[in-house]
Design a protein around this ligand. Structure first.
Ligand SMILES: Cc1ncc(COP(=O)(O)O)c(C=O)c1O
Length: 405
């Protein structure tokens, strides 16, 4: 069969694949603990559900403008005013099928073949593949000091004449690292000086711990005109626990927003009307849902970090936000794929191999599940990896016997 070059080189999303694998095992009755997930377990806000069902009940579910219904754009504008002290015009806003599509149409709108997009590693698994889908070249940049937070010099070193854009994501998937304000200021300034697009992926914006405040990239932008190359990405998936609703957005200059809208119009005609109404409900509704989720996640983070700190040989940097941790397991196995496979096969715990995020020897362990799952999952992992552990472990009625070393 003849498949395009892009089709042949594009890699499957490992996180989606693991979800599928876990679901199949669960359906067979296997006692799987999913510590690889990327979605909060709380319910979608009632305001979102009511808004969506209201439109469904009306029986009038139609095409919408490709860049979103006016009510949703209005809600996004108010959100941007509240959280970023920036007041975009409706022509600066596009609602998409998740932050993922907002990112994708943005890249399609700005990239010429072979142009480069720089982003710090560890990175979200989709950045390299999205850039490749647009014919561009992904340029991950690993901080020289091996940490999770780059210095401006790290970024400067890889930026060249082909560089078109920089993507930052803080708090970060997969590490939970939060960039210092000074770094964000430096990156905004650098991109302005070099005429680069700066794509700020703020999807975990308010999921911050230990009293941290959300960062605001606009605070450091000197170009507030319609020539600004700052693109803000956000959405309802993570903060409102609405991953399945698939609504995200971008705030960008008018010309770019216009082109993104044209592209999206041909791709999907815009996001579903029902789900756009749900997003309006969430954004305009009771906001305590976000704080309730944030508090739960902070508690889960504390439990997980404590368990991992008592894990001999594992090095963990405490996440400052999100629902991901990215501990270093290289003392057990430098091959994160092999380690992740072993944990799933032997003790039915799902983790995501660090190599998929551009950093070997680590595993991404999520804490968006229950404290019970986190505790039991880490206990099983300890048992699997500790050669001095007892030879047997019971999971409910099931007896596991160690047949590996
Ligand atoms: C860093 C990052 N950006 C964007 C997304 C996509 O979010 P959405 O569900 O709105 O498409 C994710 C989802 O995992 C993510 O982790």
């Amino acid at each position: 069969m003849s498949i395009s070059h892009i089709g042949k080189t594009i890699r499957e999303s490992v996180t989606l694949k693991l979800n599928e694998k876990a679901a199949i095992l669960r359906a067979k009755g296997e006692p799987v603990i999913h510590l690889g997930g990327g979605e909060p377990k709380s319910k979608a806000p009632l305001d979102a559900v009511l808004a969506a069902s209201g439109l469904l009940d009306s029986g009038e579910v139609r095409y919408t403008p490709a860049d979103g219904i006016p009510e949703l754009k209005k809600a996004i504008i108010r959100y941007t005013e509240d959280f970023y002290r920036w007041s975009p015009a409706p022509e600066n806003v596009i609602a998409s099928g998740g932050a993922k599509q907002a990112l994708m149409v943005c890249l399609q709108a700005i990239l010429n073949p072979q142009e480069e997009v720089v982003f710090p590693a560890p990175y979200w698994v989709s950045y390299p593949e999205m850039v490749k889908l647009c014919g561009g070249v992904p340029v991950p940049v690993t901080p020289e000091d091996g940490s999770f937070i780059p210095r401006l010099q790290d970024i400067e070193q890889v930026v060249g004449s082909y560089t078109r854009a920089v993507i930052i994501n803080s708090p970060s998937n997969p590490t939970g690292a939060v960039y210092p304000e000074s770094l964000v200021a430096e990156i905004v300034d650098f991109c302005e000086r070099r005429g680069l697009y700066l794509i700020v992926d703020d999807i975990y914006q308010r999921l911050l711990f230990d009293g941290r405040k959300p960062m605001n990239c606009y605070d450091y932008a000197t170009d507030r005109s319609d020539n600004s190359r700052l693109v803000l990405i956000n959405g309802v998936s993570k903060q409102y626990a609405m991953t399945g609703y698939r609504i995200g957005w971008a705030v960008a200059n008018r010309r770019l927003t216009e082109v993104m809208t044209i592209i999206q119009g041909h791709q999907t005609s815009g996001p579903s009307a029902v789900l756009q109404h749900a997003a309006v409900g969430a954004i305009n509704g009771v906001q305590s849902v976000v704080e309730t989720l944030r508090t739960t996640l902070e508690n889960n983070r504390n439990v997980l970090v404590q368990l991992l700190r008592s894990f001999d040989g594992v090095r963990i940097v405490e996440p400052g936000g999100t629902f991901y941790s990215f501990p270093d397991f290289s003392a057990y196995n430098k091959d994160s794929m092999a380690l992740s496979d072993l944990l799933l096969e032997k003790v039915r715990v799902v983790t995501v191999p660090g190599v998929e995020f551009g950093r070997e020897g680590h595993l991404r362990i999520s804490f968006c599940g229950t404290v019970k799952d986190i505790t039991e999952g880490i206990e099983r992992m300890k048992w699997a990896l500790d050669p001095n552990a007892p030879n047997e472990l019971y999971i409910g009625e099931r007896k596991l016997v160690r047949d590996w070393s």
